[in-house]
Design a protein around this ligand. Sequence first.
Ligand code: PEP
Ligand code: MG
Length: 528
Amino acid sequence: MPEPLAAPADEQHGGDVAAEKQKVQDAVAKVAADLGARAQKAGGEAQQVLEAAVMMAQDPMLADDVTARIDGGKTGERAVHEAFASFQEQLVALGGYMAERATDLADVAQRIIAALRGVPAPGVPESDTPFILVARDLAPADTALLDLEKVLGLVTSDGGPTSHTAILARSKSIPAIVGVTGALELADGTSIVLDAAAGAVVVDPSAEQVADAEQRIADRVAQAAAPITDGALADGTKVPLLANVGSAKDGPAAVELGAEGVGLFRTEFLFLDASEAPSVETQTAQYTALLEFFPGKKVVVRALDAGADKPLSFLNDAHEENPALGLRGLRALRASEQILHDQLTALKNAQDATEADLWVMAPMVADAEETAWFVEYGKKLGLNTVGVMAEVPSLAVVADQVLESADFVSIGTNDLTQYTLAADRMLGSVASYQDPWHPAVLRLVKSLGDAGAAAGKGVGICGEAAADPQLAVVLVGLGATTLSMTPAALADVRAELAGVTLEQAKAKAAAALAAHSADGAREAARTA
Ligand code: PEP
Ligand code: MG
C-alpha cells in the first residue's frame, strides 16, 4: 500500500499564478470524481463517509484559502498542504466528532497532492484482481471500507493482535496478521499464502502449499454451511457461545450466526463521538434496542470503558504518561459517578422494558473492594445480575475474594494479556508478547476458573482469545463456562468444541499450563 506522501517543500511557484491555480482545480476535480465513483460503488455507511470526503475536496472556503496562498507565491502543492493543515487544526480544536473528521481531511489533502504529483494516492490501492493487502497499518476507517470481494487478507507491520485494526478485520472475516516484521519488504505482486490461524506468511509458496491452502479454504466454506447448533463439547457439556457487539445494529448478524446471547456489549462506541455523555433517555433507547433481539437470552453489557486507547475528554482530560495504567475503566467511572449512575439507570430501564436476561459488568477492576463497590452500586439501582471483568492480573490473584460479591466474572483476555506480560497492546514492537497462549495468562484464567467453580458462579471469556478455536478448547478446560467472540468466529469455535470431550479439554489445558512459552503451550495443547 503506498506510504503517506511527504509534506511538499515550502517553495515559490514559477510565477504563472493562473497555471498553478488551474493545476490545483484539475487535481481537485479528479479526486472528487474518483471519490464520488467509489462512494457509488461502496453503498451504505461507506458511501456516506466517501460523499463527505467529496464535499471536503470541493469546500469553497478551502478553495479560497488555497487560491490566496497561490496568489502569495506558494506552489499549488504547498498551498493545498497548508490550507488543509490549517483547517485540520481548527477541527481538532473543536474536539469530539469534528476532531475525528480531521483525519479524513488529511486523506483528501494527500489525494490532491498525489494527483498534482501524478503519483498513486496513499490508502488502499485499486485493483482488478483480488489481492492480499500489505501495509504499515490501516486506519479503522480504511479497514471498515475494505472491499471484501477484492481484499482477500491483510498483513501489517505495525499494531498488535488486539489493536482495533485486527479486531475490525476479524469482525469482517478478513484473515489478518498484524505486527509482521519485514512485511513492508514484500514487493508488489509477490505470491503469498496467509495462514491467519497459525500467524504465518509463506512467501513464494510451492504448488503443494497452494493446493493445501485451497483445500483448507474449501473445508472452511463447508464447515460454515453446517447447521447451527448450540455450543457443546463432544460429551454434551454445554458451552454457550455468545457474541461481542458494539451497537444494537450488530444484533441481527449475531443472531443469524447462532449467538446464544451477547457476552460483551462494548458501550463506549455510544460515547466516543460525543462531547458529553448521552442522556439517560438516549442510552435507554439504545440498550433496549439491543436487548430486544435477545428475548429470554443472556446479554452482558459492559459499563463505559473509557481511557487508554479509547480516550474521552469529558471523562478524563488529564495528560497521562501511561494511559493504559491510568484513570481508565471503573477507576474513571468512580471519579465521575454521575456518568455511571446515568448509564446503570438506563440499563435498569432496558432490563424492565425487555425480556432479555441482562447482566452488567465493570471493566478494569483491580480487586475485591472495587468489585464489592460496583456490585452494591448496581444492585441498589435495581440491576439483577452484576459482575466484573478480569483484565487486571491482581483481580485474578484474589479471584476467590472477588466472587464473594460478584455474580459472575468475564475475562477480557486482551487487557489481561497486556497487563500480565507488560506489553502495550497497541505497539507492534512488542506484539509477540501479546499472546494469550502464554502460560502466565493461562494460569490466571485457571485461578479464575477454579474460584468460579468453587463459588458456583459463571466465568466467561470475552477477549479475542475466545475466537481462536484451539485456545477456546483450552479455556474451557481451564474452567471457562461461556465464550464470547466476534460473531464471524462462532462457526469455527463451535466446530472445534464439538470434537473434544471435557476430559480431553482438561488434558490439553494441563499440558498448556506446564509449557514454558506461548508457542510451547500451543504445541503442548495440540499434541495432548
Ligand atoms: C479485553 O480487554 O479483552 C476486552 C474484551 O475489552 P477491550 O478489548 O474492549 O479492551
Ligand atoms: Mg479490555
